[in-house]
Design a protein around this ligand. Sequence first.
Ligand SMILES: [Zn+2]
Length: 79
Amino acid sequence: MEINNTKNGSGKSLDGSADGELIKVRAIISCPNGDYKKKFTNQFLRKEIEMMIVSFKVFDWLTCNKCGELLKLDLEFNI
Ligand SMILES: [Zn+2]
């Protein structure tokens, strides 16, 4: 007997095997001068991962309110 993911049981062919898999992402935004730090956690489906990366690109141009330094963005994935 085979155990299968039965959502969309027929008709749909997907590339890759685990599109429904959840990936947990932690984003840490910090100022190199140490006066600002913020953490976000979110989770995404594997198939949404590219969309997620695009949305994090928004942080590329953020600067610190206090000292004007460009903020640093670190991503941690828990797969
Ligand atoms: Zn700063």
